[in-house]
Design a protein around this ligand. Structure first.
Ligand SMILES: [Zn+2]
Length: 510
């Protein structure tokens, strides 16, 4: 029997004392938390029961594993590749539609590397909205193999769209000379192969749905403006029939709000109304970003129980603006946190995301108030679990929940002196104190090192695949740089347009 005891840790409880969590033991059986409380270790010892493994958590904080509710494994190898770039230019430099087909080894290596970084920072669940283009089912197998091997929990959603990027990005068609239109691409493009996207999505879900309890499935239409009514309606029906969560990008950049005003007149210029019309405003839906929401759209999300996933770090890197985090919370919208792409957030670090979640609303609101540190911790755990249809199973350290947690060293300077665990996790910690990580009852990181995958071998494999990728990045970058002036012109025209809301700050330079 898989039977682990975690002894003498300070166990974080969202509903308890978030400043000074009580000392407790945790008993894990078969991947689930069986018991939490004081004296479990002493009772087992008295009864002569010997757990398979005991983790000494004296001087440690036991924290629920973070749920990285918006993540993409496809550009893990491009961290730190660019300075801040407008979203619509960054995506052409970074995302799969601009690149030739990758090798199976590269798909697997990048998935392992991304999962390693997540685990190293206490992220135990990733929602991977992955683009595998050109589509190849063997690449999906490589991705899932990586998650099986490293031991992370994943909610996998294949990202697809059936409308080309040029049709949904304002001013591109008129500003960029026709001879360069072949270079233009959105974050995703319809597959060139003759495939029915919905059938691909459904078949892969049915093929993999019983693969492993750690791997669950979601649906990933890239953006509501990049998908046809028929595709969205079929996804909505599958989601309802199978209780499958859906993930999509909404109003990440201002251009998406402007496009909605221009192209969705019948829906009052609102992508939220459009989603409602195709049956996709409900508790199964997760809207990544949601930066350019109008107040009435936020109300509609609250009324329909639709989830939002904010990604403040990536929004800054792509100059997309600041999401209305305080308004979302105050309206009662379930709001989760993500770290988004490695090439636009640069880091898979929930501590950075939580700190910005709590602090960034200050740029527009002089009144102190939410999100507080305990609310940031809920967003980083429970809210993401709820959106993934894993409510009551993930995100807290309570009996019946999955044994997904990390042990942080309270002797780290981040926690000395210990004034408030919640506030020091959110405002002081960087990930440096994370020592041991358990997923599904298995120790996957011990003393800061992976237990299931050899880190040094993995670094070697990364260097091997980077030889080809670096060449491709240079070539793609060169093509985009050739039309950079036109792209900036289109981008500035978007910023000069009125969309009824401003998610940028100030009338002077900061
Ligand atoms: Zn995204």
């Amino acid at each position: 029997m898989n039977h682990i005891l975690i002894k003498d840790g300070r166990v974080y409880d969202h509903d308890g004392d978030t400043d000074q969590p009580a000392l407790a033991d945790i008993l894990v059986r078969d991947g689930r938390i069986a018991e939490v409380g004081p004296g479990i270790a002493a009772r087992l010892a008295a009864a002569g029961e010997q757990p398979a493994e005991t983790l000494d958590a004296a001087g440690m904080l036991v924290l629920p594993g973070f749920v990285n509710a918006h993540y993409h494994s496809h550009d893990v190898l491009m961290k730190g590749a660019w300075e801040t770039l407008p979203l619509e230019i960054w995506l052409m430099k970074a995302l799969p539609p601009s690149y030739p087909k990758r090798s199976r080894e590269e798909i697997k290596v990048r998935a392992l590397l991304g999962a390693w970084e997540c685990l190293r920072g206490g992220i135990t669940t990733i929602q991977d909205m992955v683009t595998l283009a050109p589509w190849d089912p063997d690449h999906l197998d490589a991705l899932l193999e990586a998650y099986d091997e490293i031991g992370i929990r994943a909610v996998v959603a294949l990202q697809f769209a059936d409308i080309p990027g040029i049709a949904s990005i304002p001013f591109w068609e008129e500003v960029v000379p026709k001879k360069y239109h072949g270079v233009l691409s959105g974050g995703i493009e319809p597959p060139k192969e003759n495939v029915d996207l919905f059938t691909v999505v459904e078949q892969q879900y049915r093929r993999h749905k019983a693969r492993h309890p750690r791997i669950t499935w979601g649906l990933g239409p890239s953006g509501p403006e990049r998908c046809s009514r028929g595709f969205l309606e079929r996804l909505a029906a599958l989601s309802k029939a199978e209780d499958l969560p859906l993930y999509t990008h909404l109003y990440e950049g201002k251009y998406m709000a402007l496009h909605a005003r221009q192209a969705y007149g019948a829906q009052g210029g609102s992508l939220v109304n459009w989603l409602g019309e195709v049956g996709l405003l409900n508790p199964l839906m997760n809207l990544a970003h949601s930066v350019w929401l109008l107040p009435q759209e936020i109300e509609r999300l609250a009324e329909t129980g639709t989830n939002v996933v904010v990604n403040p770090v990536g929004n800054l890197k792509t100059r997309s603006g600041v999401p209305p985090m305080r308004q979302l919370l105050e309206s009662g919208v379930n709001t989760a946190l993500g770290c988004d792409n490695c090439s636009c957030s640069d880091v898979q670090n929930m501590f950075q995301a939580m700190k910005l979640f709590s602090a960034l609303t200050a740029v527009s609101d002089p009144e102190p108030g939410p999100p507080t540190a305990p609310e940031a911790l809920r967003a980083a755990t429970l809210a993401g679990a709820k959106g993934a249809r894993l409510e009551g199973k993930l995100g807290a350290l309570k009996p019946g929940y999955a044994a997904d947690f990390s042990l942080l060293d309270l002797a780290d300077p981040s926690f000395v002196p210990l004034n408030s665990v919640a506030r020091q996790v959110v405002y002081c910690e960087s990930g440096r104190a994370v020592r041991t990580v358990v997923v599904d009852g298995q120790v996957v990181l011990r003393d800061g090192r992976l237990t299931q995958v050899d880190q040094d071998d993995l670094r070697g494999a990364v260097e091997r695949v980077m030889v080809g990728l670096r060449k491709d990045m240079a070539q793609v970058g060169g093509k985009v740089d050739e039309i950079y002036g036109y792209l900036m012109e289109a981008y500035r025209r978007v910023w000069a347009s009125d969309v009824g809301i401003n998610r940028y700050v100030g009338n002077g330079r900061l």
